[in-house]
Structures are given as C-alpha cells and as structure tokens.
Design a protein around this ligand. Sequence first.
Ligand SMILES: N[C@@H](CCOP(=O)(O)O)C(=O)O
Length: 425
Amino acid sequence: MSMELSTAAPDAPAVADDGVWLACVACGETFAPFETVRYTCDDCDGLLEARYAEPPTWAEFEASEVDRGVWRYAAALPFEMGVSLPEGDTPLHEVPRLESEIGVSRLRIKHEGMNPTGSFKDRGMTVGVRVAKELGVDRLACASTGNTSAALAAYGGRGGMETLVLLPAGKVAAGKVAQAALHGARILEVDGNFDACLDIVQDLAERGEAYLLNSLNPFRLEGQKTIGFEILEQFRDEEGRFPDRIVLPVGNAGNTAALYKCFRELVQSGALDEADVPKLTGVQAEGAAPMVEAIENDADEVRRWDEVETRATAIRIGNPVNAPKALPGIRNTGGTAVAVSDEEITGAQRALAAEGVGVEPASAASVAGLRKLRDEGVVDDDEAVVCLTTGHLLKDPDAAAAAGNDPESVPNDTDAVLAHLAGER
Ligand SMILES: N[C@@H](CCOP(=O)(O)O)C(=O)O
C-alpha cells in the first residue's frame, strides 16, 4: 500500500499565502491555486489536486467552530467557509437485516442522499462555488447525469451566479431535471451521452465561456473528501474501530479519488495508521464499466466506452475523468472493482428501501456490489463495511415506482376497502 503525498512546499510563486497549492498528479508540476483559472496541468494536461502545507488532524476537526457538516473539516479545505445550505453531516444507518443477509460483521449505509439537494454533489459544490467567487468568475457550468446539475443550480443560485447545465437528452431522471429547472439553471439537452456533454463543457471552459464545476475541477473533490472524514468519525465513535472496506458506486470516479485523498492526508498527519485505511471498492453497472475493465485487466489507463447503458442513470458514464486518481486509490488500498446488472441494482434498491433507506438506482449499486463480492468470497464474513449511497430515492421517482408495489384501486367505501384487504376483489 502506498500513501505518499508530498507536503514539501514548492518554491514561490506557486504557493499561496495560506499554504494551499495545486499539484499535477502526473508530472508533479505545481501552480498557485487562485491566480488563474485552470483545471488540468499546463505542462502535461494531467489532473490537478489541492495540496496543503499542513495535513489535517482529528484535533483540528474537534476544535472547529462549526460542529457538523462539510465546514467542520475546514482544516482540510482551502477556505474557512463556503456558500453553504448547509451540507454534509449525513446519517450512517444501521441495516441489521441486510447485514445478516449479506453476511458481514458490520454493515453501515452512509446515505449521501440526505444532503440539501439530495446527493453528495453538494459537498463538492459548497467548496467549488466558494473558489469560483475567489476567482471572480460569473458563469458556472457542468455536464451532468443529473445530480451535479441539481447541486450546481442550487449552489450557484445561492451564490447569485449564472448557471448552465448540459444534460444527455432523455437520460436524466425527472427529479433532477426539475431541481435544475426550479433553481434557475439554463438547461441544454444534448443529443449525446454524458461524456459528450462533458467534452463540450470542457471546450466552453477552455474558451473562457464558463467556470467548469464537474469533478475535473480539483476543488470539487476537496469538498467530497469530507465524506471520508465523516465516515471515519461516525464509525469510530460507534464501535471504536474503522471500517475495513468502503464500497461505492463509480461514475466519473470523483468519490473514489476524493476518499483516497482523505485517507492519504490523514496518514500523512499521523491521524490514521496505514493499516487502518479502508479498502476502496468501486461498483459500476455492467453496461458502463470501464473502471472495472481496467482493474480486471490490470491496465494503467481506462478505455473510453462510447456506448453505455444502464437504468442507474447517475453512473451511465463511459469515460471516468478521475480514473488517474481513482485507479491508484483502489489498488493502493487493497480494494477492487465489480460490475453488477440492472436487476441486481434494483434488488438492492428494494432491500435498502425495506429497511427504510430510500435511494436512487445508482446508489444501490454499492450494496449490489457488496452482495456479489461476498457471494464470490472476495469480501470476508468478518469484515466491517460501509456502503455509500449517493442520491435520494426521490431523484428518480419513475425508477422507484417501477421497483415498488403497484397502487391498488378500491371503491370509496370502508366495507369495500376491508373486503379488498381481506382478499375479496
Ligand atoms: N453522476 C454525475 C456525473 C458527473 O460527475 P461529476 O462528479 O464529475 O460532476 C452527475 O450527477 O452529473
């Protein structure tokens, strides 16, 4: 396992006054964070990540003036506070029936659907919109399978900024389009998939037409990193130990990259032993599984899939842009990746719902993946596991209705209702 992360401050002028800079994960080149708008390395086009002179400690979090949510972890972020609704502080649910059915020592569900707009994207947007203000940009844009657009519209609106979202036409769940619309985003429906939308948004950003707030933007991932801090704190408080494994859905692979960064920073500060780092385990839908393909083939790069399909529309992605950060995250923590069918996803969505946890299809992929890996013997029965569920059930009401019970028509009469319930129809 390799948890290296340089803290050596680069020479001025790359270091900002407050000890934050950007570093290329491919060539190591460093940049000042807030002087120029940039998303990738000027030299090699590699992905950038934020670096800090001082990695965070638990004591700093405990001393925070904010007692919960993303900004409790300001010691690990580039600012003390952002445009906030507020976000984070999501529940870590017990699911005793699922735990015993799947057969692991402890199973918890980190339900990110309980964020203000119903997905984890809010954690990234609270930081990303704060950075946009620092840079002085006025128009925010993203490509989206839905959740990013909902969060961008809400946080951009809150920040008084113009928002533009590009969506794959006909492939975004109704609740998400409704959110972006009502929060005031200009919505462009593209005749292409999510990856094509992101290509266009990257072009717009390169031409200076908009500030890109997909997870290619390194500051989005700083906010999403707080999922990891929260899981470790909540899990540790509960049982005094950290989870052995975190299983999560993979679309653009931002959360895999962000959680890996969280663990590296904690290891670096001495707040977490390397031996306690949870195994990052990614789950994709069979119809959109380029990361799984790369892990299975031990490949250094992910091959872009031009044709993708799954009812889990949030992870209907063929070119995960964070793959260069996420592949080492899976490999260096001893994790793995697995693909699940749409039927397995719906089965897991029903199982979670039966325990009162309402999630959209992509979220249920984590539980479907755990179930499969347990059946295959990849996950041991003595493991303590956290499954990440990324979005709320109401994001995709059509999928929920299709997976759930059908309503029954009854006459407007109590006796007839009782007769109906007794089975006389
Ligand atoms: N599922 C995502 C896809 C975009 O991912 P991002 O994290 O790069 O913004 C969405 O909700 O749009």
